[in-house]
Design a protein around this ligand. Structure first.
Ligand code: G3P
Ligand code: CA
Length: 254
């Protein structure tokens, strides 16, 4: 019998709501998503905000580069109506998202992706750990697990996280698997594998290999019903989807 993957809402319920807004995350929680995914970037004045792109043009009515704007400047813009007319949304800080997870009324996982991890010499990771510490989530007590895991395409970023908060789980995102890790191993200290959907479609056996080495497999971005079924059938542990409602429905079908 295959395991049922957990469903993680990619940028919130981002097929319906503007990505990375509180509305998108609240809707994902209402849908019953097991987890939420967000990207974080540092503002010019050192706040972590949930924004995917380096620049703000695509997802707000402002212009500029996130790292060159202060939080107060980002707060002047509307982050919703680019997606749905009249849906005015504020920029979302990581702090607000963490509070939303805490107040969800049920356990909800949060996968935080560090987006520009090699710049600023580790400042993103330090700020992230400080934020998680305010919620008691960076250093889970023995026998407990933090609801938060940190994901990155950068092993350097995950290594920094491991140094700062050794108890936190980490996910190495991969759009191709380096030759030396095709056997299902991961770089030292990384908890889970985060291959793209294309990887596990072409190489379904990768999931078993990672499991043999004790690593969960979290796959992104799984937006079609057949791909959700495929992930379930090959034993994927979590699917990251813009359509968490669809993924939950498909997985509950059988
Ligand atoms: O969940 C991983 C996935 O989000 C990585 O790609 O570009 O959507 O951040 P991207
Ligand atoms: Ca992401």
């Amino acid at each position: 019998m295959s395991t049922i993957p957990r469903v993680v809402a990619h940028r919130g319920a981002s097929a319906v709501d503007p990505e990375h807004t509180l509305a998108a995350y609240r809707r994902a929680i209402e849908y019953g998503a097991d987890g939420l995914e967000c990207d974080v970037r540092l503002t010019a004045d050192g706040h972590l905000v949930c924004v995917h792109d380096r620049t703000i043009e695509r997802t707000s009515n402002g212009t500029g580069v996130v790292s060159k704007l202060t939080l107060a400047e980002l707060e002047r813009y509307d982050w919703g109506s680019w997606k749905n007319a009249d849906d005015v949304q504020p920029v979302l800080t990581l702090e607000t998202l963490l509070a939303t997870v805490r107040d969800a009324g049920r356990p909800v996982e949060l996968a935080v992706e560090t987006k520009h991890p090699t710049k600023y010499a580790g400042l993103v990771e330090r700020r992230l750990v400080e934020a998680l510490d305010r919620f008691g989530w960076a250093r889970p007590r023995l026998g407990t697990e933090s609801p938060v895991r940190v994901m990155s395409f950068s092993w350097l970023s995950l290594r920094r996280m491991r140094g700062l908060a050794p108890g936190l789980r980490t996910v190495l995102l991969m759009d191709k698997i380096p030759l030396r890790f095709r056997d299902g191993t991961l770089p030292g200290g990384v908890s889970y594998a985060g291959p793209s959907l294309a990887i596990v479609t072409a190489n379904p056996e990768y999931v078993d290999r990672a499991h043999k080495h004790g690593h969960q497999v979290h796959v992104w971005t799984v937006n079609a019903e057949n791909d959700v079924r495929h992930c379930r059938d090959i034993g994927v542990d979590a699917v990251i989807s813009d359509h968490p409602d669809m993924a939950l429905r498909v997985l509950r079908e059988e």
